[in-house]
Write a protein that binds this ligand. Structure first.
Ligand code: SAM
Ligand code: SF4
Length: 332
């Protein structure tokens, strides 16, 4: 008998969607200037955010459509209680999932080993400065040593891969770009430079602070020759290089200056249960009401299909449209 083929999620532009990014909370233990509005944000009440059981049902429906890469993000995912157990539950689902997380690293020194043991495979850690004062200026807290301990613990914890994400901002942390690049010589990390994006009601965004990935790369090329690293399959939007003899690699990500929408394979689930069809567009499909009305896997898969069908071909930043949601409520 022929094996039943798994239905795949393909959008109107023939992009196959295989990657679901899940914001598990809107809360955060940092206050990054480029991510949170200056006056802070009203907190969602507990019943407004999806329960783990509801998130798991969405992930199972997504997995039935061939979405097997799951990234847990936030706010800060590690401030939500029960995260290690939730990852263990995901790892025990019958269909194998590749579960990843994006974190600011502040709680990693305590949790990295348990997360790896529970089945988390990859971690992206956000770090925008190696200087305590600049770190505090950007994030609002003087906790760089604690984050650095988290990175060291993660390096020893047995993850398949660890990336450091650095949002490059002119006049804020651009004097540190070369120092960041040098980290990749010493540690088996992918150090990734990301363009600053205008998001939500965040006053900190300004054209003057924007640095294109091309400019960042030119600066790093001043250090040494960059060897291109071949990518496997749908590895994401970074262009990846290696400094000669380095243990790690360098990635350059250009969401603003250079569309990579043609290769987009993502949907996003917000903490309050909206499927966001593109990071940089405010089109969303509600899934919370269906979850709370007891929707089964077929109905949830139908909503994911509806979201896929609503994906725009390209994002609209070039037309100077800024998404309404700030990044802390989407998860990056
Ligand atoms: N709290 C976690 C963290 O910081 O890694 C996860 C959520 S955070 C919203 C995800 C990523 O979005 C971080 O790497 C952060 O640097 C990035 N980010 C937030 N606002 C941004 C912006 N305006 N432009 C570029 N990246 C941004
Ligand atoms: Fe929090 Fe991450 Fe946003 Fe910083 S970037 S405020 S750590 S959600």
């Amino acid at each position: 008998m022929r094996k039943k083929e798994q239905p795949l999620l393909v959008d109107r532009f023939q992009r196959r969607l295989s990657y679901l990014r899940v914001s598990v909370t809107d809360r955060c233990n940092l206050r990054c200037r480029y991510c949170m509005p200056p006056g802070g944000v009203p907190k969602l009440a507990h019943p407004d955010i999806l329960a783990y059981e509801e998130i798991r049902r969405v992930i199972q429906a997504a997995s039935s459509l061939g979405m097997n890469k799951i990234r847990l993000t936030g706010g800060e995912p590690l401030v939500r209680k029960g995260m290690v157990d939730f990852i263990r539950q995901l790892a025990e689902l019958p269909a194998p999932l590749d579960v990843r997380m994006t974190t600011n690293g502040l709680l990693l020194a305590d949790k990295a080993r348990d997360l790896a043991a529970a089945g988390l495979r990859r971690v992206n850690i956000s770090l925008d400065s190696l200087d305590s004062r600049t770190y505090e200026y950007i994030t609002g807290l003087d906790v760089l040593p604690q984050v650095w301990r988290g990175i060291q613990t993660a390096l020893d914890a047995g993850f398949d891969r660890i990336k450091l994400n650095c949002v490059a901002m002119k006049g804020v942390n651009d004097h540190e770009l070369e120092r960041f690049a040098q980290l990749s010589r010493e540690y088996p990390l992918e150090v990734r430079f990301i363009e600053f994006m205008p998001m939500g009601q965040v006053d900190f965004w300004s054209r003057d602070r924007f640095l294109s990935a091309e400019e960042i790369q030119r600066r790093i090329e001043g250090l040494d020759r960059l060897e291109a690293v071949p990518r496997e399959g749908d590895e994401g939007p970074a262009r990846v290089f290696r400094l000669p003899g380095a243990l790690g690699t360098l990635g350059f990500i250009s969401p603003v200056s250079n569309h990579f929408c043609g290769a987009c394979n993502r949907l996003r689930l917000t903490a309050e249960g909206k499927i966001r069809v593109c990071l940089l567009s405010d089109r969303e499909v509600d899934i919370k009401d269906a979850l709370r009305a007891g929707a089964g896997p077929e109905e949830l898969a139908g909503l994911l299909r509806r979201a896929a069908a609503a994906k725009p071909q390209n994002h609209l930043l070039r037309q100077a449209e800024t998404p309404r949601r700030a990044m802390h409520s989407i998860g990056g």
